[in-house]
Design a binder for this molecule. Structure first.
Ligand SMILES: C[S@@+](CC[C@H](N)C(=O)[O-])C[C@H]1O[C@@H](n2cnc3c(N)ncnc32)[C@H](O)[C@@H]1O
Length: 377
């Protein structure tokens, strides 16, 4: 992990559209964002402090942010469909010539899914986690939580207000652009009103070491495991086990989808999509099983719980983007499906627009309770 940067706490929110404007400049247009993503603070009371936030935020190399913010405005496909995940196509390449750059995620897509993610995460894993976090010794200065692959920080906005006590969140991602938004819209207070602070670290979570997690109370992630490989998940499990800290890893795709009304093509699309997700050795729908095994090999107690998206007429925008990405990735995997898949998608989108489509997109949450490190218990 590289380039730590401590970020002061101010209010803020994620922009409706990424673009070349500074965060402070975008403030007037942001009220809609706060409405769409209940976990985000309204920007109006935060605007005065935003410039303070944007300048120290996170550590891209000098010049990167300028380059990115101008290019993004032109090249982002808002909410572009999923690949390798449902609706998570690489939505932008900031430096178009570097073909081997990893995919990057559009903040609009992460914003669109945030309420559905929040509704889906399993509450049943929180009590065992709270019990574990209460086991002495507790750090006098509160919990230290590492959110890996944090994106724009939705996990922190969900979890920080559900845990008691002061918290310091360390937000990890390889994308400095997303880290910037995560810092700006970071959670402010814990369940009991205690203070929450945040810092960002840019780097590759696949190279996480126990040292990087030294002093950690908890590792979290959301919608990350299925875009990792078996080896990367093994590295993550080893790092958590070495640091003796629990891990709450939410919203990994399960590879199952239910749509009403059922359609003869549902299964074909599902299978092709799942195959697409496994491209290049990524875990896709195998993520939770492989991760559970990896933690168990280190002696951790692992609990799994379902965390499905339940999409209906109230989530039409998300459903539409998800459908486009889901079918699009399936066709990319099996081009011979194209003609029939086009008709299938048109039918599903029409039902969605008419408020008649319901979808359950299955995910799983995983809690791994690693043995405390020597000297911690
Ligand atoms: C699907 S997004 C989820 C973001 C966020 N956790 C959420 O739930 O909204 C996956 C995130 O993981 C990050 N990511 C994926 N692989 C990574 C890696 N190897 N190292 C660091 N970040 C990674 C991406 O940049 C992206 O922000």
């Amino acid at each position: 992990m590289t380039e730590p940067a401590t970020t002061p706490q101010h209010g803020g929110t994620i922009p409706a559209r990424p673009g070349h404007r500074g965060v402070a400049d975008t403030a007037p247009g942001l009220r809609g964002v706060a409405d769409a993503a209940p976990g985000l603070r309204d920007v109006t009371d935060a605007a005065p402090g935003l410039r303070d936030v944007t300048h120290p935020v996170p550590g891209p190399r000098r010049g990167d942010v300028e380059h990115e913010t101008t290019t993004v405005g032109r090249s982002v496909i808002p909410g572009a469909g999923p690949a390798p995940r449902p609706t998570e196509r690489a939505t932008l390449r900031l430096r178009g010539t570097e073909a081997d750059e990893p995919p990057r995620y559009a903040p609009e897509w992460l914003r669109l899914r945030e309420p559905a993610d929040a509704a889906a995460r399993s509450h049943d894993l929180l009590d065992p986690l709270r019990i574990r976090l209460a086991v002495p010794p507790r750090r006098a200065d509160g919990l230290v939580v590492h959110d890996i692959g944090c994106g724009t920080g939705s996990m922190g906005r969900w979890l920080a207000p559900r845990l008691d006590g002061a918290q310091h969140w360390v937000l990890h991602d390889r994308d400095p652009y997303l880290l910037h938004f995560a810092a700006v819209a970071s959670p402010r207070s814990a369940a009991d009103g205690s203070h929450v602070t945040v810092e960002t670290r840019r780097g590759d979570v696949a190279r996480l070491t126990p040292d990087a997690l030294a002093g950690a109370s908890l590792v979290t992630a959301s919608a990350l495991l299925d875009v990792l490989t078996r080896e990367e998940v093994g590295t993550l499990a080893a790092a958590c086990a070495g640091a003796g800290c629990p891990a709450l890893l939410t919203l990994s795709v399960a590879g199952r989808v239910e749509l009403t009304a059922p359609h003869p093509m549902d299964e074909e699309i599902t299978e092709a999509f799942n195959a697409h997700q496994r491209r290049g050795g990524l875990l896709g729908p195998d993520a939770v099983t492989v991760t559970a095994e990896a933690f168990a090999e280190h002696g951790a107690t692992v609990r799994l719980n379902p965390s499905p998206w339940r999409l209906g007429p109230g989530q039409a925008a998300l459903t539409e983007q998800w459908l486009r990405g889901w079918v699009g990735a399936a066709v990319e995997e099996r081009p011979e499906l194209a003609e029939r898949a086009d008709r299938y998608l048109a039918e599903r989108l029409a039902a969605c627009a008419a408020g008649e489509l319901r979808a359950v997109v299955h995910h799983s949450d995983l809690l791994a309770l690693c043995r405390p490190a020597d000297g911690d218990a």
